[in-house]
Design a protein around this ligand. Structure first.
Ligand code: GDP
Length: 199
C-alpha cells in the first residue's frame, strides 16, 4: 500500500501557504464526526495520521500529507464543517478559501466525501460534491460506519445513494460501503485514492 508512506507536511490557512501546485492530490471532506479521520487513518494504515487535523487552530486549515517517494503527491484533509463553535467571520474566510481551492487548484485530481452511512448526503456533502462536479473532477463517496448496519440495510443505502448521485451529478461520482472498524471496503477505497494519485 503506497499510501502507508503518507506523512504530515503542512497546514495551510490561506492560498499563499499551499504547497506548489503541480503534482497530484486527493482531498478528503466530511462533516465532523462522520468518520473521516478514522477512514483516512485506515486507508493509510496508520493510527494517528489524521489526528493532527483535529488539533485546536487546525480546524479551519487545509492539512496536507505528502506521500513519498516523490514530493508532489498529497492527501489533503479538509476539516471544519459542522464545528458549531467557529465564529462567523472565520466561517466566511474558510468558505472563501475552500471555494478558491476547488476552483483553481490544478493538482486536485479527485474528491473523497466521507459520510456516516446512517446520515448520507447532507447539505455540506452536496456542496462539496457540487464543487468537484462543477469542475469535472471525479468524486468518490465513502459510506462509513457500515458495521452499525446489517448487510441488507447497507445494500439498500448504497443503492439509494448511488441512484441519487447519478441523478444529481451524472456518472462522475462513485460510491462504496466502508467501515473503519471492520476494515470493510478498505481495498476499494485505497485503489480509488492511489489511482487518482497515479501511484
Ligand atoms: P471525523 O470527525 O469525521 O474525523 O470522525 P472520527 O474518525 O473522529 O470518528 C468519529 C467517531 O465515530 C469516533 O468515536 C469514532 O470512533 C467513530 N467511528 C469512526 N469510524 C467508525 C466506523 O467505521 N465504525 C464505527 N462503529 N465507529 C466509527
Amino acid at each position: 500500500n503506497p499510501l502507508a508512506r503518507a506523512q504530515y507536511m503542512l497546514a495551510a490557512h490561506n492560498a499563499r501557504q499551499l504547497p506548489p501546485d503541480g503534482g497530484f492530490e486527493v482531498a478528503f471532506a466530511g462533516r465532523s464526526n462522520a468518520g473521516k479521520s478514522t477512514a483516512l487513518n485506515a486507508i493509510c494504515q496508520q493510527n494517528a495520521l489524521a489526528r493532527v487535523s483535529k488539533t485546536p487552530g487546525r480546524t479551519q486549515q487545509l492539512v496536507f500529507f505528502d506521500v513519498p517517494p516523490t514530493t508532489d503527491r498529497y492527501l489533503v484533509d479538509l476539516p471544519g464543517y459542522g464545528y458549531a463553535k467557529v465564529p462567523k467571520d472565520l466561517q466566511a474566510h474558510w468558505q472563501a478559501f475552500i471555494d478558491e481551492y476547488f476552483r483553481t487548484r490544478e493538482a486536485l485530481k479527485g474528491l473523497v466525501v466521507v459520510m456516516d452511512i446512517r446520515h448520507p448526503l447532507k447539505d455540506y456533502d452536496r456542496q462539496m460534491l457540487g464543487y468537484a462536479v462543477s469542475r469535472d473532477l471525479p468524486a468518490h463517496a465513502i459510506l462509513t460506519k457500515a458495521d452499525k448496519l446489517g448487510r441488507g440495510q447497507q445494500t439498500q443505502t448504497l443503492l439509494a445513494v448511488r441512484k441519487d448521485l447519478a441523478q444529481s451529478y451524472g456518472d462522475t461520482v462513485s460510491v462504496q460501503v466502508f467501515s473503519g472498524e471492520s476494515k470493510q471496503g478498505l481495498d476499494e477505497a485505497r485503489s480509488v485514492v492511489s489511482g487518482w494519485l497515479q501511484m
